[in-house]
Ligand binder design. Structure first.
Ligand SMILES: Cc1cc2nc3c(=O)[nH]c(=O)nc-3n(C[C@H](O)[C@H](O)[C@H](O)COP(=O)(O)OP(=O)(O)OC[C@H]3O[C@@H](n4cnc5c(N)ncnc54)[C@H](O)[C@@H]3O)c2cc1C
Length: 362
């Protein structure tokens, strides 16, 4: 009996499990390996921070999902993968072999890119850790007014700053350090302008500067300014998990798993990868939850076909995706290519999409 291991309960793998629940794989054993009991749906995290959602609203419980799929669930991380020997080592030191491996472990954050960050900052990834630490921050804000600095002004950082300012109101002063560019610099000019207005309305101070160092109580900027800070929050973007280096898998120049159109590793056809951990040289694809979600159905199909010895299908990620950026209050900005719009109706639209995604797995 072939053993399929699903490594990481990311946005693509929950759909693979859902697909397996609908139609089990014949003559196969399936195991999910992931360190947390739930997948926190990242699209709802800003709403959770803002207080619009409870943690349970944004979480997909993995044990029942795996059980419905007829899969085993080993709740721990893999610390080593040998793609050639078809073996994993798990955090508790135990070994696991596989015939087919699918990796959807998401991206990591480089904890040493900014000196002092590892010691003093709160990192937004893993999201599961961040969500747990958030409560301590909210409790602290009950006792005194906080100075908070969000470092990183991509969609995650902007949404986080707006959500915290909305949630804490007078009890916090929020600053956003962008890295030197305007917030959302990779987005069209109209979206940047909307986001700048939202930040201004909310009272978030924007520093178009880099973060040079983080010390206890201060964030030091490239230009020399020192921002008083009770809690620096790092949303500086995705980096490749370091354990990929020793897997033997072909990696791209940034260290992510190099995959082709069938979502197979370019070096090891028995290994598939999807979501933020994977990279495609033949298709431009930003690292975002939208693309990880979209990879779920083709990944499920190709894993099924590969296990049965059938022909695989190519997956071509869409060129543009709908971006929905929440603004703290129940208001959001939508963009698709160069088109953009904003308002309370966009938030309600996003809320419906996000709640429907999570409900799908209940
Ligand atoms: C604050 C914030 C807000 C965001 N908002 C949005 C948004 O609104 N829209 C959007 O499109 N994107 C958003 N993103 C980006 C989005 O979170 C990611 O692009 C998305 O989660 C990637 O999905 P994934 O399937 O690749 O992996 P993930 O969703 O990160 O899942 C990876 C899984 O693998 C597990 N895992 C990790 N390492 C191991 C290991 N070694 N062994 C086993 N399991 C492991 C993890 O615990 C997790 O369960 C946001 C990100 C952040 C930080």
């Amino acid at each position: 009996m072939k053993h399929l291991v699903l490594l990481g309960a990311g946005h693509a793998h929950v759909q693979v499990l859902h697909d397996l629940a609908r139609e089990p794989l014949p003559a196969a054993r399936v195991t999910l390996v992931s360190p947390f009991a739930e997948l926190v749906y990242s699209g709802m995290v800003p709403g959770l921070v803002a207080g619009h959602y409870a943690a349970a609203d944004c979480s997909i419980a993995l044990a029942p999902l795996a059980a419905r799929a007829g899969a085993g669930f080993d709740m721990q991380a893999a610390v080593r993968v040998d793609a050639t020997a078809r073996a994993l080592v798990l955090a508790d030191g135990s070994a696991m072999s596989f015939d087919v491996l699918s990796i959807d472990t998401g991206a990591a954050m480089d904890r040493d890119r900014i000196p002092g960050a590892r010691e003093h900052a709160l990192f937004v990834r893993p999201i599961e850790h961040f969500v747990k630490l958030l409560q301590a921050l909210l409790d602290l804000a009950e006792r005194r007014t906080l100075s908070l600095v969000v470092v990183g002004a991509g969609a995650g950082g902007v949404e986080l700053a707006l959500a915290l300012q909305y949630r804490l109101g007078e009890r916090a002063r929020l600053s956003l350090v962008t890295g030197g560019t305007p917030p959302l610099s990779s987005h069209p000019a109209s979206v940047q302008a909307r986001v700048l207005r939202a930040l201004k309305r909310a009272g978030v101070t924007v520093f178009e500067d880099s973060c040079r160092e983080i010390e206890a109580g201060h964030v030091v900027l490239g230009g020399g300014a020192r921002l008083v800070c009770d809690a620096p929050l790092l949303a500086t973007g995705a980096s490749a998990p370091t354990w990929l280096v020793q897997t033997g898998l072909a990696l791209d120049e940034q260290g992510f798993v190099a995959t082709g159109a069938t979502l197979q590793s370019t070096s090891h056809p028995q290994v598939f990868a999807a979501g933020d951990v994977a990279s495609r040289s033949d298709a431009h694809r930003p690292r975002s939850g939208v693309y990880a979600v979209r990879a779920g159905p083709p990944l499920a199909l190709n894993l099924r076909r590969f296990m049965a010895g059938g022909a695989l299908e190519n997956h071509m990620p869409q060129r543009h995706a709908l971006n929905l950026i929440s603004c703290g209050e129940r208001r959001a900005i939508a963009s698709w290519g160069s088109w953009s719009a904003e308002g309370r109706w966009v938030w309600w639209w996003k809320d419906r999409i996000d709640r429907a995604f999570v409900a799908h797995f209940r």
